[in-house]
Design a protein around this ligand. Structure first.
Ligand SMILES: C[S@@+](CC[C@H](N)C(=O)[O-])C[C@H]1O[C@@H](n2cnc3c(N)ncnc32)[C@H](O)[C@@H]1O
Length: 325
């Protein structure tokens, strides 16, 4: 099986640029196609959904149900399952709310899963490989977006919710001064180890990112650019509004966010995905309407300058680049 690194050049199968915004300008792999967005097959699941990553694709029954059912039949199944109850149980088990569940997940089974997805091992199932490809496209396009405005050498960047360092490492390779943090100590340790291997073996001029175990709420300071990729899925919209305001307050010039877009179709797929959490426990996932994100930015005096949508079969991410209005 082919492995993929973030430096691989990828083509994007489906990109939607809403007509009321200026399209993303450079990334050559971010085609400015105006063709109508055609929904992915019903086998697709929302982006980054921990439940999608946890799906056991060796189960023919699971795939048959996701891929073959009619919407009506699915609706019937959806009313039977009660993912909310399951979440409540999880929160009680770890003695806290959503955030504690997320922390525990990304320090445990989630860490093992996402380390594989974001790594290069062949030991990934079909869904995980697809998510790896989608996520690599997001990182690639965000890097292009960032370099679009000039060299990153000496530019301060906060990578909020850095995961295993998929963005922090390429940023540091470009000379950026990176502050990377994540709520999960396991993710941060993996990111640090990856950075040490990839950066310290190369040019001695490269500056190691500063890694910290911190949740987004605890971030402080000022950075030229703040980037927060695929983390808002853990925030309900009202919390996300406040978080977007907080992240914008840390950025002097640019804020780049990626999030799972909320549409009727993706909401339905998310609900389906929740029915198949696989052998491990997954976290609650929230989709966000682009208009809600835009409004949250507007409230704190920021506007969206570029936007785009990355999709593969199992991964969907809306990317927005915001600047002070
Ligand atoms: C899907 S991963 C994305 C990681 C990374 N941004 C990337 O794109 O490679 C989500 C990450 O968000 C982190 N996370 C979730 N909630 C967080 C919070 N409240 N504060 C900081 N990090 C958080 C998780 O630990 C996990 O590493």
């Amino acid at each position: 099986m082919a492995t993929l690194t973030t430096s691989t050049t990828l083509s994007i199968p489906s990109i939607k640029i809403p007509s009321n915004s200026s399209p993303i300008s450079i990334p050559s792999t971010f085609p400015l196609s105006k063709r109508k967005f055609s929904p992915p097959p019903l086998s697709a699941l929302p982006p980054l959904l921990t439940t999608a990553a946890d799906i056991d694709t060796s189960s023919a029954a699971t795939l048959a149900v996701i891929g073959g059912g009619s919407v009506a039949a699915l609706a019937a199944v959806l009313t039977i399952a009660d993912p909310e109850k399951r979440r409540q149980q999880q929160a009680e088990e770890v003695g806290g709310g959503d955030k504690e569940v997320v922390r525990e997940y990304f320090n445990g089974t989630g860490f093992q899963r996402w380390k594989k997805i974001y790594g290069e091992t062949d030991e990934v199932n079909k869904v995980q490989l697809d998510i790896r490809i989608g996520h690599a496209k997001t990182v690639e396009n965000v890097m292009k977006m960032l370099k679009d405005e000039g060299s990153l050498n000496g530019v301060t960047v906060c990578d909020a919710g850095c995961g295993t360092g998929s963005l922090s490492v390429p940023l540091a390779k470009e000379g950026a001064l990176v502050s990377a943090s994540d709520i999960s100590a396991a993710m941060v340790a993996e990111a640090e180890s990856k950075a040490r291997t990839e950066l310290q073996n190369g040019s001695s001029d490269l500056v190691m990112p500063k890694f910290e175990v911190k949740d987004l709420e605890s971030l402080s300071g000022k950075y030229d650019t703040v980037v927060c990729l695929d983390v808002l899925i853990h925030y309900p919209q009202n919390n996300a509004d406040a978080m977007i305001g907080h992240l914008a307050s840390l950025a002097e010039n640019r804020l780049i966010l990626s999030f799972a877009p909320k549409t009727f179709y993706y909401s339905l797929l998310k609900r389906i995905g929740e029915l198949f959490p696989g052998p491990s426990k997954a976290t609650r996932a929230y989709l966000h309407a682009e208009a809600d994100v835009e409004n949250a930015l507007k409230k704190v005096g920021w506007k969206i300058r570029k936007r785009g949508l990355i999709t593969t079969q199992f991964y969907f991410a809306q990317i927005v680049e915001a600047v002070p209005a």
